[in-house]
Ligand binder design. Structure first.
Ligand code: ATP
Ligand code: MG
Length: 238
């Protein structure tokens, strides 16, 4: 089932066209990674799915319903993980998760919160330490747990790997894939061509507000994807 869908979406900011007639789908149990130069429109796409922005033309559809029909219902189905998970540094992972889950309408016991954090890849012992002492990778995991607590069907991640060391990025990717296996639809923006290929099922390359290429991650070698990306950015492919 298609969970996230952009149909002929155009988004303008004043005279600037951030997205041009863009079509994109993400199905249940699928990870789609978006690559593209700075300013290509990737975050704009994510913000449209989150309901933070409205398209000027076209339709954003979540689980078969246009977002404009019922914004609240649409928002309940998606969870967002930003590149910087900024939480309360004096509170522990468990406390932060409990607080943010409650904002999303879900009351968690300490036990439930700990289980979610462990599912997100955090060490159970670290879960009770104050977050001010967490590494970036650990904070990102709390971000995943908050998304899990919301029981959303789709996860939207905007550059979640930036600043993670290779092992932490690997670990993060592995957890995102587990969530995919559990049926979540995942749309992830990244600048990391190598990780995109490792993590995604499909990879979209965006340029100047358009999706110029979509490739099956398993069907493309890392070097070939690198070259394809570079060729698009240099304008040698259309
Ligand atoms: N709120 C806004 N007001 C005006 N222009 C905006 C706004 N948001 C985005 N833009 C413009 O739209 C274009 C696409 O921006 P967007 O943030 O989607 O790019 P991106 O692909 O996420 O880039 P990056 O890789 O740098 O994060 C850019 O030219 C940007 O300046
Ligand atoms: Mg961006």
């Amino acid at each position: 089932m298609i969970l996230l869908e952009a149909r002929n979406v155009t988004k303008r900011f004043g005279p600037h066209i951030a997205l041009k007639n863009l079509n994109l789908t993400v199905s249940q149990g699928e990870i789609v990674c978006l690559l593209g130069a700075n300013g290509a429109g990737k975050s704009t796409m994510v913000n449209l799915f989150l309901g933070f922005l409205k398209p000027d033309e076209g339709t954003i559809v979540i689980a078969g319903r246009p977002v404009s029909d019922d914004l609240r219902a649409a928002r309940a189905r998606v969870a967002y993980i930003p590149d910087q998970v900024n939480l309360f540094p004096l509170l522990s992972g468990v406390e932060n998760l409990t607080y943010f889950a409650e904002l999303a309408g879900r009351r968690l016991t300490v036990g439930e919160a700990t289980v979610l954090l462990v599912e997100a890849g955090l060490n159970g012992e670290d879960a009770t330490k104050r977050m001010g002492d967490y590494s970036k990778g650990m904070r990102q995991k709390v971000g995943i747990a908050i998304a899990l607590a919301k029981q959303a069907d789709a996860l939207l991640l905007d550059e979640p790997l930036s600043g993670l060391d290779p092992l932490a990025a690997n670990d993060f990717g592995a957890h995102i894939r587990l969530l995919r296996d559990a049926g979540k639809a995942v749309l992830m923006v990244t600048h990391d061509v190598f990780r995109a290929r490792e993590i995604a099922d499909r990879i979209g390359i965006m340029k100047a507000g358009q999706l110029v290429e979509t490739v099956d991650a398993r069907a493309v070698e890392s070097n070939a994807l690198d070259r394809l990306y570079a060729d698009h950015m240099r304008g040698e492919l259309r």
